[in-house]
Write a protein that binds this ligand. Structure first.
Ligand code: ADP
Length: 274
């Protein structure tokens, strides 16, 4: 995929622009619990993500992945280092950033279309964008479901509606925290295919947290492996597998086996097994 600031070069790799869209420098976070214990969650994380890039974060449970994502989304604060979006310090939630969590949390009394357009209506600012919402629903394969209610949708469809809602304000960045963690294996693979398609069609920059090694290799331009808590970046691995990818073909790609075994080795050494 070619984006405004990321240029494809001959070997299919993305050449990073001089200023990444997301920049983290020595980002740290320590929580103080109600019983005054301190939990060092994130430790001096340095990470750049280019415009249009798809980056997956894997790491042991409790290593600070969600904390990192929440800080980027402006939903939590760092107490060390710097988080920059397009060169600007993160100070709170931004329209440039859409967030998707494990549960879609659609409002049961609103239709799918009204759920997806909700971010455009909160804050007293109504933007007339029925066409844009319909385009998003079509892109996510929900074109015929705009008037349905969440209970009429499968888990995978609800999660796709959640992705549409995150895209409603046309953010440049999509932050996804285990978005398919609650789905069965087959639905999860289908959702990975859908997300790849949505990402290729929308040109967004995506950072996605997952526990699944296969999901990370399938989706990512680059997989970032984090250490056990306090989380720091252990290794960044480029995925040199051409797109569009399919699960049928990716597993027979030698690069897949090499990457999967390297990531598994790193996680095992940190005490985490997929
Ligand atoms: P991950 O997403 O990698 O599983 P988290 O970012 O959710 O990890 O959590 C990292 C560590 O910080 C964990 O030990 C967790 O218990 C702790 N933690 C997360 N949020 C809070 C909080 N609000 N208060 C205290 N500790 C927290």
């Amino acid at each position: 995929m070619v984006t405004a600031n990321a240029v494809k070069i001959d070997d299919g790799q993305l050449q990073k622009p001089s200023r990444p869209l997301i920049r983290m420098r020595a980002v740290s976070k320590t929580y103080v619990t109600a019983s005054s214990d301190s939990v060092h969650a994130v430790d001096r994380v340095d990470l750049d993500i280019a415009d249009g890039e798809f980056v997956c974060i894997v790491g042991p449970s409790g290593c600070g992945k969600s904390t990192l994502l929440r800080m980027l989304a402006g939903l939590d604060t760092n107490d060390g280092g710097r988080l920059l979006l397009d060169g600007r310090q993160v100070t709170g939630p931004s329209a440039q950033v859409g967030v998707v969590f494990q549960a879609a949390n659609l409002l049961p009394w609103l239709s799918v279309r009204d759920n997806v357009s909700l971010p455009l209506r909160v804050g007293g600012r109504h933007i007339s964008s029925a066409q844009r919402i319909d385009e998003l629903l079509v892109m996510a394969g929900l074109g015929d479901f705009g008037d349905r209610y969440p209970y009429e949708l499968s888990g995978g469809m609800q999660q796709r509606a959640g992705i549409c809602r995150a895209l409603a304000r046309d953010p440049r960045i999509l932050l996804m925290d285990e978005p398919f963690g609650a789905l069965d294996a087959l639905t999860r693979e289908r959702m990975n295919m859908e997300l790849q398609r949505i990402w290729q069609a929308s040109g967004k920059t995506v950072m996605l947290i997952t526990h699944s090694i296969s999901e990370s290799i399938f989706l990512a331009d680059r997989v970032v492996v984090m250490s056990a808590r306090p989380g720091r970046v252990l290794k960044e691995l480029t995925v040199p597998i051409p797109r569009p990818r399919s699960f049928d073909t990716i597993v027979s790609n030698p690069a897949y086996a090499t990457l999967a075994s390297e990531i598994r080795g790193l996680l095992n050494a940190e005490g985490e097994i997929e």
